[in-house]
Ligand binder design. Structure first.
Ligand code: ZN
Length: 82
């Protein structure tokens, strides 16, 4: 397990946890503080929960255009699978 100590609240958190990956922020900031302090502002996230498997897929997008392209690619993939 890849644990780090948060520089804000001194809490030990798991760097590889889904919560941390979803929240983003620096490697020395726990997901709670990232969300509370809003330290992750530059990167947009597209989260996708797959209910049957419980797995969680997250894509990072630096710009809105990148995110839109990602969503379009996903739609294309969905079309092909029909
Ligand atoms: Zn913290």
């Amino acid at each position: 397990m890849n644990t780090k100590q948060c520089k804000h609240c001194d809490e030990i958190f798991n760097l590889d946890s889904i919560a941390k990956k979803a929240a983003g922020g620096k490697i020395n900031e726990c997901p709670d503080c990232v969300e509370e302090l809003g330290t992750e502002t530059a990167v947009k996230y597209t989260g996708l929960q797959i209910e049957e498997t419980g797995s969680f897929a997250i894509s990072r997008h630096a710009t809105e255009a990148d995110r839109q392209k990602h969503m379009n690619d996903r739609l294309k993939m969905d079309d092909l699978s029909k």
